[in-house]
Ligand binder design. Structure first.
Ligand code: C2E
Ligand code: MG
Ligand code: MG
Ligand code: MG
Length: 286
């Protein structure tokens, strides 16, 4: 009967929900251990100058070398970290790793600016700014080589407090980028008051280039707004030459995406940059 079928379906969903909860609890327990056992590592993805296509800054992206499950991506564990209050300690480890790598590059004579993603829940911790400034001075990395990427959602709660926080980071020389821009709720007049250096256009808008005139219009509007407000502009998720040409014509300052380079271990970055310089040399002299 349909009643029995309904009951069977309920049991099915019960089972599904229970499996999901068990899996989540396992990820959470594993993640607590991971933080103690230094299983987190960083990959770095180059950002390139739109005009020269030369590497500028690199973005640090967290990975988890799980003892049983292999290399996990943020999508596999960031939500769990957020839900279980582990985002702050995780973000702290990421910051330590990123500054250590930046320091290593400096020791090799390379000034390689590093961008670190900061979760809003990490950012609003009362100790975030002083903690970050302490890590910076301990690392010996000049503040100007560090930028943080944070989403515009920090404009939605504790606005005045977050303006002060961003302001004190920038006063110390740390750069601020608003990540995933163009898809969230934005109160534009508030946004204009957020202390920042750079607007980073979200990948979903970039993916629509050549497919959606509305998305293209939004990208144009973001770029002219960035210019009017004095922010640098960068686009993420560039995969095609068409997207590159579109953004270059519109004067977007910097680009990031698989077309140029995937996230990679730090050791590969300098090889990538050297090969790229050689390749660009060939392109210029050809
Ligand atoms: P995000 O900060 O917007 O980073 C860009 C994501 O897009 C990265 O995914 C990157 O690998 C991917 N990506 C870059 N270029 C392309 C492209 O051309 N095509 C496509 N399809 N994808 C591209 P990833 O590393 O999986 O990170 C996903 C998100 O996880 C990040 O988005 C960021 O929000 C978060 N995340 C990563 N690392 C950290 C971290 O250390 N702390 C915090 N709080 N969040 C992080
Ligand atoms: Mg980012
Ligand atoms: Mg982004
Ligand atoms: Mg994104």
């Amino acid at each position: 009967s349909s009643k029995q079928a309904g009951k069977a379906r309920c049991m099915f969903f019960d089972k599904k929900i229970r499996e999901t909860l068990v899996a989540r609890a396992r990820v959470e327990a594993d993640l607590r251990l991971a933080l103690q056992r230094d299983e987190l590592l960083l990959h770095f993805q180059p950002k390139v100058d739109t005009q020269t296509l030369e590497i500028g800054c690199v973005e640090a992206l967290v990975r988890w070398q799980h003892p049983m499950r292999g290399l996990l991506m943020p999508a596999d564990f960031i939500d769990v970290a957020e839900q279980s209050g582990l985002m702050s300690p995780l973000g702290q480890q990421v910051m330590v790793l990123a500054l250590a790598q930046c320091r290593r590059w400096l020791d090799q004579g390379i000034e390689r600016p590093v961008a670190v993603n900061v979760s809003p829940s990490q950012f609003v911790e009362p100790d975030f700014v002083p903690g970050l400034l302490k890590l910076l001075s301990q690392s010996g990395v000049p503040a100007r080589l560090l930028s943080i990427e944070i989403t515009e959602s920090i404009a939605m709660t504790d606005f005045e407090m977050n303006v002060l926080r961003l302001g004190s980071l920038r006063a110390a020389g740390v750069r601020v980028a608003i990540d995933d821009f163009g898809i969230g709720y934005s109160n534009l007049s508030q946004l204009a008051r957020l202390p920042m250096d750079e607007l980073k256009i979200d990948r979903s808008l970039i993916a629509a280039i050549g497919r959606s005139e509305k998305s293209e219009a939004i990208i144009r509007a973001i770029l002219s707004m960035a210019r009017a407000l004095g922010y640098r502009s960068i686009a993420e998720g560039i995969e095609t030459a068409e997207q590159l040409a579109f953004l270059r014509d519109l004067g977007c300052d910097a680009l990031q995406g698989y077309l140029f380079g995937r996230p990679m271990p730090a050791a590969q970055i300098e090889d990538w940059a050297a090969a790229r310089r050689a390749g660009l040399q060939v392109a210029v002299t050809a």
